[in-house]
Design a binder for this molecule. Structure first.
Ligand SMILES: Cc1cc2nc3c(=O)[nH]c(=O)nc-3n(C[C@H](O)[C@H](O)[C@H](O)COP(=O)(O)OP(=O)(O)OC[C@H]3O[C@@H](n4cnc5c(N)ncnc54)[C@H](O)[C@@H]3O)c2cc1C
Length: 390
């Protein structure tokens, strides 16, 4: 395993940085935490698409660049470092395009992939339901065949980006009689259909990020079925490995990390610079150690994908580690800034634009979304440590 970047990769990283620096110079957006999932800027996504940076790893015959997952990780790492608003294309680029490549028909590939490559598919992930989260196979949303169509009824919840999405990747029950894992299928369709009702949920930070989605006799063509009917549960497990695999599980709050170091350098308490406090220095150094270890692990995951393997336990390990790091980063920021940490971004007295406040609150959800840390540790226990099934 070689962790050294090639000269081309170093040049590529510089190209991505130059692009993002120029965007910042023009004032096109403000860096922010969580921007990969909360930053919705269709124009930014279009510019990224024009660079050919969506679908980078896809084969050339499907419009991709046939490049490596390490190259893709370079892009995503830099976007996270700069806090760039990549929420409009992240899901489609990370896992939906790959799922269509793997399971879609030729017709679906021809129709859907170019739309993703152009940055036009803002995709919501319709998996969780009120009674089905960790145990996704318990889902109740039904898709019943009716001629050339399916009729969908049910409810999804916690759909990230639901208010901005124009397409949804939905898992629904297509066989009521089969054992629960064997009666599920995947669908991909536009959300501007009669019978779809998207209701925002206000999250702990006061922002709208995820949504409830109700399906009332929604008619979708059978052409929207992705992959094999009733094999959707196994397909989605594969996709989850990709969903958990990236640098966004470690560096979503990187702008806070940088701001915190700057804050410590610039701030005095009781006449003494915070940067001279041994405890604060030690805490920041500890975070830096953890960040670097996490980065190397994320690159290791990309290498696994470049070998053509789905990163199963590797992703579980990376996400459990990375999200715990992000929670420690937010906790440390709050400890260092003290009572000012309670001020939200609206307050002019909030240090670091209120980033610590928001990260502290939103990082609680990191160890839930895309699989809780308990579930990820179950995967590790079973798949890596080969402990017996419970
Ligand atoms: C910020 C955020 C964004 C999200 N975005 C999306 C999205 O875009 N699309 C989507 O479909 N869903 C989304 N989710 C939902 C997320 O996938 C679920 O919250 C998650 O899978 C857990 O399901 P649950 O909330 O129903 O909790 P439950 O599954 O009910 O779990 C409750 C607790 O029990 C523990 N637990 C459950 N089973 C086991 C077990 N077998 N062993 C040990 N412990 C166990 C869990 O770890 C957890 O602590 C999002 C969630 C959050 C917080």
């Amino acid at each position: 395993m070689d962790f050294k970047f090639s000269e081309e990769q170093q040049k590529f990283r510089q190209e991505v940085r130059d692009f993002l620096e120029e965007e910042l110079r023009q004032g096109l957006w403000q860096p922010s935490c969580d921007a990969w999932i909360m930053g919705f800027d269709p124009e930014f996504t279009k510019r990224v698409a024009q660079k050919g940076w969506i679908g980078l790893t896809w084969p050339k015959e499907h419009g991709g660049q046939g490049r490596s997952y390490v190259d893709r990780l370079i892009i995503t790492e830099e976007m996270l470092r700069y806090g760039a608003p990549a929420g409009c294309h992240w899901f489609a680029d990370r896992q939906i395009g790959g799922a269509i490549l793997l399971y879609g028909t030729d017709e679906q590939k021809k129709e859907l992939l170019p739309m993703i490559l152009r940055g036009e598919a803002r995709v919501g992930l319709g998996m969780s339901e009120p009674e089905a989260g960790s145990d996704l196979a318990s889902l109740k949303t039904r898709a019943v065949e009716d001629g050339d169509d399916y009729i969908i009824d049910g409810q999804k919840v916690w759909t990230s980006g639901g208010s901005h999405m124009n397409w949804i990747y939905l898992v629904a029950r297509t066989d009521q009689e089969a054992p629960k894992h064997r009666g599920i299928s995947e669908f991909f369709f536009e959300t501007r259909l009669p019978g779809i009702d998207v209701r925002p949920i206000v999250d702990i930070t006061g922002r709208v990020h995820f949504n409830e989605i109700f399906f009332d006799s929604v008619r979708v063509s059978k052409k929207c079925l992705i992959g094999e009917k009733n094999r959707g549960f196994y397909q989605i497990l594969h996709q989850l490995d990709y969903e958990r695999s990236g640098m966004e599980r470690l560096m979503a709050n990187y702008p806070l990390f940088e701001a915190l170091i700057q804050y410590v350098k610039e701030t005095k308490r009781n006449g003494k610079p915070l940067s001279e406090e041994p405890l604060i220095r030690s805490k920041l150094a500890q975070l830096k150690i953890e960040l670097e270890v996490g980065r190397l692990h994320m690159y290791r995951i990309a290498l696994v994908m470049d070998e053509g393997r789905a990163p199963n336990w590797e992703s579980a390990m990376g996400k459990a580690y990375g999200t715990a790091f992000e929670q420690r980063l937010a906790n440390t920021a709050m400890e260092i800034i003290g009572l000012y940490g309670q001020l939200s971004p609206e307050s002019k007295w909030a240090p670091m634009l209120g980033m610590a406040h928001e990260s502290y609150l939103s990082s609680k959800g990191y160890s839930l979304q895309a699989g809780t840390s308990e579930i990820l540790k179950n995967i590790l226990a079973l798949r890596k440590l080969e402990l017996p099934t419970q």
